[in-house]
Structures are given as structure tokens and as C-alpha cells.
Design a protein around this ligand. Structure first.
Ligand code: ASP
Length: 337
């Protein structure tokens, strides 16, 4: 019988009302026992890695998860991680870069309603997560939620209360469950790695994510350069524009570049990514040293930069590594995919 490692971390899925708001109390084993379809499906080993609201998830928590997966990587066919939904996309992106050449699926799931609530989405999400973790066609990190399977680096939480909480951004779904059978998108079946699993446990926190607004003062962007950041991600307007007149941000970007701090520009739009070559407001930013993040989500940019800056302080090396595709994060999907 196949074996699944179930790592529980808390979140709404495991929560009950503490009288001070929802708080995680249920263990992974208790949740698995509530789902009759899991009995006899596979052998399950449960570890409670932490029991937190995912707003409290920190990079150290990602390291703990990566370490647990590394330690058990020989004995299991797949991993299911139950997790709060609020920062699940960050965790999925971080694990995607921390666990290179993953030969099996690592599947994150959670729910909008606690597992003990009537009409909860937790049970079907956990069942679908297990079915995905057992699927021989898949490897790498995924989020499974509300019938959908999403590649980890493309997932974003787009709804705060209703069941369809996650979407696949700038990439097709890997598949969708219909009657508990995965209708897989053949184009999203990954190649199996030929190299052994490589786990990066160290991360660097010196990455800042800034959403600019009309009226944002350039001096404040420049001041970030004195706070020890190695890279600054700017969520610009539309396809990635930042002001190049009035409260002109371009000299501040240039000052960051001159200091050896990389500026990455992405978009405030949910879909279709950033490109600095289209408008003058993008070209000026690129001339000042900024680079566009293409189709990547902010979560993915942040996770990738936290992995890169843990390994190097050098501006050119950070920039070159960021530009290199590691796990398909630069891939632009056509409508036919
Ligand atoms: N606040 C919860 C968490 O992220 C929300 C959820 O799990 O849906 O832990």
C-alpha cells in the first residue's frame, strides 16, 4: 500500500471556537480519521509540525516543513500539508524553490470552514489532496482547493470567505476533481526529475514588497535602501509602470541599483504579469536598473528572492539568478495550454 506523510500546521481547517476567535486545536490524525474515504486508501503517518493561524507562519516554519519532508523523503509516495489559507500561497511558493527535483507531490490544502463545521469544505479538500499526493503522474508542490489542483508557484488566495479561495494565476490549472477523479490537464503534467532531491533550508528575510500608490514619496523608496534590504519588489501600476515625473521614482530606483540593491517590478493586476518594455514609465525604470518579474506572482517573486539572497549578497549574482528559470516560473502559457 502507498504511504502518505501528513504534516499538519493549523489553520481554519483545524480550528474550533476558543471564545477568542477561531484557533487551531485538531491534530492531523484527528482530521484524517473524520474522512471515511481515506480509510484503506493508503498508509498515513501524521506529524503535527505546528498548530498556528497561518498569519503567524514565518520563514522558519517553511524551513521546518522542508526539513520534515527532507527527512522522510525516502519512505513516502507523497506529502499532504494542512495549512491555513491566508499565507498558503507564500508557503507553496517557498517550498517550490526550497525543494528542488522533488520526485513526488507535496500538496497543500486547507479550508474556509473548520472541519467540524456543518457543510465544511475541509473533508473534500483533504480527500482531493490525498488523491493528488498519490497520483504517480505528478511531482512538485501543489495547492489543492475547492476541486482544483494548482501548481504551487501559480497559486494565489483571491477570496477571503467563500469556498473558491484560490486561483491559478498566469497558468492553467493542473486539473480539476469531478466525482473524486482528477481530470488532469495533460499539458501541465511535469517531467520527473532526473537529479536527486536538493533541499535548501536557509532563507534571507531582507526582501521588501512595496505596493506604490499615486502620491507615494520617492524619498521613502530611497530610504528603504538604508534598511538593509538586498532586493525590493515594487508592485507597479498596470503592466508595471512607476512614475517618471512629478513624484518621480526613477532616481530612487537608480540610487538603489547604485547601492547594489535589486529592484524587481511586478504589477498590481492579478492577471497577465509585468513587462517594462511597453510604456515609457516602464522603460525609464528598466534604464535605472529595475527588472520586470514577467508572469510571476508577488508570492513567487518574494520566495525566489528569499532563497537567492540567502546564498549571495552580490547584486549581479542576485540579478542573474533571478532571471534564470528554475521551476517554470518564467514560463508564459498560451491559451492552448
Ligand atoms: N486565518 C486562517 C489561517 O490562515 C484562515 C484559513 O485557514 O482559512 O490560518
Amino acid at each position: 500500500m502507498k504511504k502518505i506523510l501528513m504534516l499538519s500546521t493549523g489553520g481554519t481547517i483545524a480550528s474550533t471556537d476558543s471564545g477568542h476567535g477561531l484557533t487551531p486545536t485538531e491534530s492531523g490524525a484527528a482530521m484524517a480519521a473524520m474522512i471515511p474515504e481515506l480509510q484503506g486508501l493508503c498508509e498515513i503517518s501524521c506529524y503535527e509540525v505546528m498548530s498556528i493561524d497561518s498569519s503567524n507562519m514565518q520563514p522558519e516554519g517553511w524551513t521546518t516543513l522542508a526539513q520534515a519532508i527532507k527527512e522522510h523523503s525516502d519512505g513516502f509516495d507523497g506529502v499532504v500539508i494542512t495549512h491555513g489559507t491566508d499565507t498558503m500561497a507564500y508557503t507553496a511558493s517557498a517550498l517550490s524553490f526550497m525543494l528542488k527535483n522533488l520526485p513526488f507531490p507535496v500538496v497543500l490544502t486547507g479550508s474556509q470552514l473548520p472541519i467540524s463545521a456543518p457543510d465544511t469544505d475541509a473533508k473534500r479538500n483533504i480527500l482531493h489532496a490525498f488523491l493528488t499526493a498519490l497520483d504517480d503522474r505528478l511531482c512538485g508542490v501543489y495547492i489543492v482547493f475547492d476541486y482544483d489542483v494548482i501548481k504551487g508557484i501559480h497559486a494565489e488566495k483571491t477570496r477571503s470567505t467563500t469556498f473558491h479561495a484560490f486561483e491559478s494565476i498566469n497558468a492553467p490549472l493542473v486539473g480539476t476533481y469531478v466525482d473524486n477523479v482528477l481530470q488532469i490537464n495533460e499539458a501541465m503534467i511535469p517531467e520527473k526529475p532526473t537529479e536527486p532531491l536538493q533541499v535548501q533550508l536557509d532563507l534571507c528575510n531582507d526582501v521588501f514588497l512595496l505596493k506604490i500608490t499615486p502620491g507615494f514619496e520617492p524619498a521613502r523608496l530611497k530610504a528603504l535602501g538604508d534598511l538593509g534590504y538586498k532586493a525590493i519588489i515594487i508592485e507597479g501600476f498596470g503592466i508595471g509602470g512607476i512614475p517618471n515625473e512629478g513624484r518621480d521614482l526613477v532616481p530612487a530606483v537608480k540610487a538603489l541599483t547604485d547601492k547594489g540593491i535589486l529592484t524587481i517590478i511586478t504589477t498590481q493586476c492579478t492577471y497577465e504579469g509585468a513587462d517594462l518594455d511597453i510604456y515609457s514609465v516602464g522603460v525609464s525604470a528598466a534604464e535605472a536598473g529595475a527588472i520586470a518579474a514577467g508572469p510571476m506572482t508577488s508570492e513567487t517573486i518574494l520566495a525566489k528572492l528569499m532563497c537567492i539572497t540567502a546564498k549571495t549578497d552580490d547584486f549581479h549574482s542576485i540579478r542573474d539568478r533571478f532571471r534564470k528559470d528554475v521551476i517554470g516560473e518564467w514560463k508564459v502559457y498560451g491559451t492552448a495550454d
